[in-house]
Design a binder for this molecule. Structure first.
Ligand code: DGY
Length: 321
C-alpha cells in the first residue's frame, strides 16, 4: 500500500479536523499554534506533499518559488486566497484550493453584528457599563441610528453577500448590490442590482463590503467613493482590510461624513493603525468572521475533501490553480 501523503499544517486546527488528518495522512501539526516565518515554513515543508495553510501565511511568489519539489498542493483553510500567488503556483504546477460556501452563514452573522454594533454604539455602551461610568438614563442618552427599514448596499454578492441580503431583509432593509454581474432572482433575494458602484453609493445608509481582495478591489472604498455616500452613512467591512483606503475611512469618521463603521478586518492585522482604537464611532472585531466551532470544522473538512480528491487523482472541487 502506498504511503500516506505528508501534509504540513501551519496552524492548530479543530480537534475533529486534526483527527481526520491523523487518520488519513501523515500530518505535521502545529500543536503550539506558533506563527511560522517564511524560513521555518520552507524548512518544515521539506518532504511534504501538501501544505494546509491559513490566511496568516503569506505564500507570495518568492515563497512558492522556493517550495520543495515534493509539494504538489496547497489547500488553504480559508475562502480568501489573497495570501497565495496563484500565478506562481500555476507556474510551478502546484494545485491551490480554498474553502468557499461553508463560511457564508458565520460571516453574514458577523456582518449583522458589525452593522448593529456600529449603528447602536455597542462598543461605547459596553465600555461605559464595564468602566462603572454609567450614571444616567435620559431621553437623549447615547442615541444611535435605527437599522430597521434602512437602505443597505452590498459590494460583492457572492455567497456571504447573498446570505447578508437575506438576513438584512429580516430587519426590513431595502437591499441594493453591486457585483460584476447581475444575479438570477433566486440568488438576489429581492436586492436591486447596480452595475456601477458610483450609482449605488448615494442610496446606501449602510454599505457592507463582501468582495474578494484582488488587485482590482485594493483600495476600492476610497475618499471619492466615501464622498458619494449619504452624510451619516455607516460602513461595514467583513471582507479584507485592503479593500478600504483606511486613511480615507478614518478621515471620514473624524469629519462626521460617516456616522460610524463596523470593522472585522484591517490592513496589517493584528498590528493595525492605532487610530482605530482611539475613535469612539467604531465597532471593532479581531477578524472573527468565520470564527464559530461549526464553521471552523466545516472549513477543515472542506480543505481535507480537496486534499482527498487530489490524492485520489480526481479534480478537487474548490480548485483555484
Ligand atoms: C477566510 O476564510 O478568508 C477568513 O477570512 C479566515 O481566513
Amino acid at each position: 500500500m502506498a504511503e500516506k501523503p505528508v501534509v504540513l499544517v501551519t496552524r492548530k486546527l479543530p480537534p475533529n479536523v486534526e483527527a481526520r488528518l491523523e487518520r488519513d495522512y501523515r500530518p505535521q501539526l502545529n500543536a503550539e499554534d506558533r506563527l511560522y516565518d517564511t524560513d521555518e515554513l520552507l524548512r518544515l515543508a521539506d518532504g511534504a506533499d501538501a501544505i494546509l495553510p491559513c490566511h496568516t501565511e503569506s505564500l507570495r511568489a518568492e515563497v512558492i518559488e522556493r517550495l520543495p519539489e515534493s509539494v504538489r498542493i496547497i489547500a488553504t483553510f480559508s475562502v480568501g486566497y489573497d495570501h497565495i500567488d496563484l500565478a506562481a503556483a500555476k507556474a510551478r504546477n502546484v494545485t491551490v484550493t480554498n474553502t468557499p460556501d461553508v463560511l457564508a452563514d458565520a460571516t453574514a452573522e458577523i456582518t449583522m453584528l458589525l452593522l448593529l454594533g456600529a449603528a447602536r454604539r455597542a462598543s461605547e455602551g459596553e465600555r461605559l457599563v464595564r468602566s462603572g461610568g454609567w450614571d444616567t438614563w435620559s431621553p437623549s442618552f447615547m442615541l444611535g441610528v435605527q437599522v430597521t427599514g434602512k437602505r443597505l448596499g452590498i459590494v460583492g454578492m457572492g455567497r456571504v453577500g447573498q446570505v447578508t441580503a437575506r438576513r438584512a431583509r429580516g430587519f426590513d432593509m431595502e437591499v441594493h448590490y453591486h457585483n460584476r454581474s447581475e444575479l438570477p432572482p433566486e440568488k438576489a433575494h429581492g436586492a436591486t442590482y447596480h452595475q456601477s458602484l458610483e450609482a449605488m453609493l448615494p442610496l446606501c445608509d449602510f454599505l457592507a463590503l463582501h468582495c474578494p481582495s484582488t488587485p482590482e478591489t485594493a483600495g476600492l472604498l476610497n475618499g471619492e467613493c466615501i464622498a458619494l455616500l449619504p452624510n451619516g452613512a455607516i460602513v461595514i467591512n467583513a471582507a479584507r482590510g485592503n479593500v478600504v483606503n483606511e486613511a480615507a475611512l478614518l478621515a471620514a469618521l473624524a469629519s462626521g461624513k460617516l456616522y460610524a463603521a463596523g470593522l472585522d478586518v484591517f490592513n496589517n492585522e493584528p498590528d493595525i493603525d492605532p487610530e482605530f482604537a482611539r475613535r469612539d464611532n467604531l465597532f471593532l472585531l479581531p477578524h472573527l468572521g468565520s470564527a464559530t466551532r461549526e464553521t471552523r470544522d466545516a472549513m477543515g473538512y472542506r480543505a481535507l475533501d480537496n486534499l482527498d480528491a487530489f490524492f485520489a487523482g480526481s479534480e478537487p472541487r474548490d480548485r483555484l490553480a
